[in-house]
Structure formats: structure tokens, C-alpha cells
Ligand binder design. Structure first.
Ligand SMILES: Nc1ncnc2c1ncn2[C@@H]1O[C@H](COP(=O)(O)OP(=O)(O)O)[C@@H](O)[C@H]1O
Ligand SMILES: [Mg+2]
Length: 238
């Protein structure tokens, strides 16, 4: 596999349930995402966007197929490691629609939680956290509780948290859904900057067509498969 490839999916299949209640969500998806790429993932509600992210993030087990994360093949018709949690913790940053910061920890405690779980010292992880919060313009909120921050500030803190363990991959599931237009553009521009400057591969699920021109490429779930489209197609809309 090219050293430039962060995610490679081959012939991925996902079915839920059995017999009469069998739901086939993904059937034969193949695609790649390169390091440094910000890719939008779009499809109608219920088409399998979250399921796809959760399989890439080693949370949801596929039915069959192959998943490579960087140069590690993590799944081929079964998990190739018992340590899916470790892979997740070390390689992946998750960002969700709701920020899911832990309400009884302050911002810096939220951001340093995973790096410290991964064995980084309190001092080292706090240094990284302060750098990240500074980068996102909320260093002055480091010792505040999430409840005292605005929606946009909490989402920035959640992005800082996703970045704190220096993941190779960020999976963002509708990260701007709860934000207004200006804040949404800010967040997507930040993700773009992270992808470019830190060589991180980012897949961002979005329902907002206005965000598409800010991305490098678009993946669409169509007929239970994944197709890639150029952003220029959507730029014509504006
Ligand atoms: N744990 C589950 N058990 C059964 N069906 C599920 C489960 N998770 C998701 N599904 C089904 O898979 C399909 C895709 O869901 P999802 O990935 O959440 O779609 P999207 O994120 O695109 O809205 C839906 O039909 C949903 O009902
Ligand atoms: Mg979803």
C-alpha cells in the first residue's frame, strides 16, 4: 500500500440482524483516503454514514471485507487484533455532533484524558493540551467547565481533545450540525488546516452542502457502495 494512504477499505460489507430482520447497510464498499485529505461523507439519513465511520474506527465490527489503517491491516473478515481499543485510542480521533465533553471535568482535564490513558505524563499531556487550546483560541478556557463555554467553544475543545493523542485519522460525525453557519465554516476550516498541517486524514459526515467546497473530495454512499466525487461539482452550486 502507498505510504500516502491513511485509510484503505476493500469490499466492505455490513449487515445488521438475521432472517426477516436482516438489514444490509453497506455492500461492497471500496475506497481510500490519503494522509492530509479532508473528505466529506454524504448520503441520506439511514444510508450508513455513522456505521461506516464506526467500522473504520474499530468500534462496529463489519460483516466482511478488509480495512487498512495506515500500514496496518486491522480487519480481514475478522479483527486481526484483539486490541481494537488500543488501535482506536492510538490512531483515531472522534468528533461527534454533540461535543461529549465530560461535564464534571474542566476543559484541560477533558483534553488530557486520552493521552494520559495512553501513558503520557500529566505534565507532557498538559503541555500539548495548552498548545492545542491556544491553537483553537480557547487557552483562556483551559480551567473552565464545559457548561460555561459556548457551543462553538465546546466543539473546538472537542476537536482539541480528538487531536491530543496525535491521531493519524479523525472521524467526525456531523461535527457542525449544532452550529450556525459562521461557526460551521470556522470548524471545517480548522479541520482543513489540521489535515494539511498535520498530515491527518479526516472523514467528516455532513448534511450541509455549503461545507462541501471547503473539503478536498466527497465520498457518497450510493447503492450501498461508496463513490468518490470531485468538490468542483458542488462549487458550481454557489
Ligand atoms: N445496531 C444496529 N442494529 C440494527 N440496525 C442498525 C444498527 N445501527 C444502525 N442500524 C441501521 O443501519 C442503517 C444505517 O444507519 P446509520 O449508519 O446510523 O445511518 P446514517 O448515519 O447514514 O444516518 C439504518 O437503517 C439503521 O437503522
Ligand atoms: Mg449518522
Amino acid at each position: 500500500m502507498s505510504t500516502n494512504t491513511a485509510i484503505k477499505i476493500e469490499n466492505l460489507v455490513k449487515r445488521f440482524g438475521k432472517g426477516d430482520s436482516l438489514v444490509e447497510v453497506i455492500n461492497g464498499a471500496s475506497f481510500e483516503v490519503k494522509k492530509g485529505e479532508l473528505v466529506a461523507l454524504i448520503a441520506p439519513s439511514g444510508a450508513g454514514k455513522t456505521t461506516l465511520l464506526m467500522m473504520i474506527g474499530c468500534v462496529e465490527e463489519p460483516t466482511s471485507g478488509t480495512i487498512w489503517l495506515g500500514d496496518e491491516k486491522v480487519y480481514e473478515n475478522r479483527w486481526l487484533t484483539k486490541q481494537t481499543r488500543k488501535i482506536r485510542r492510538e490512531k483515531i480521533g472522534f468528533i461527534f455532533q454533540a461535543h461529549y465533553l465530560i461535564p464534571f471535568l474542566n476543559i484541560i482535564e477533558n483534553v488530557t484524558l486520552i493521552p494520559q490513558t495512553n501513558g503520557l505524563s500529566k505534565q507532557e499531556s498538559e503541555k500539548i493540551a495548552i498548545e492545542l487550546l491556544d491553537y483553537f483560541g480557547i487557552a483562556d478556557k483551559a480551567y473552565s467547565m464545559p457548561s460555561s463555554l459556548s457551543g462553538g467553544q465546546n466543539q473546538r475543545a472537542a476537536i482539541a481533545r480528538a487531536l491530543a493523542n496525535k491521531p493519524e485519522i479523525i472521524l467526525a460525525d456531523e461535527p457542525t450540525a449544532a452550529l450556525d453557519m459562521k461557526r460551521s465554516v470556522d470548524v471545517v476550516k480548522m479541520l482543513k488546516k489540521i489535515a494539511q498541517e498535520q498530515d491527518v486524514a479526516i472523514i467528516m459526515v455532513t448534511h450541509d452542502e455549503a461545507m462541501l467546497p471547503l473539503c478536498d473530495r466527497i465520498l457518497k454512499i450510493k447503492d450501498k457502495k461508496v463513490v468518490s466525487e470531485e468538490v468542483s461539482k458542488f462549487q458550481d452550486l454557489h
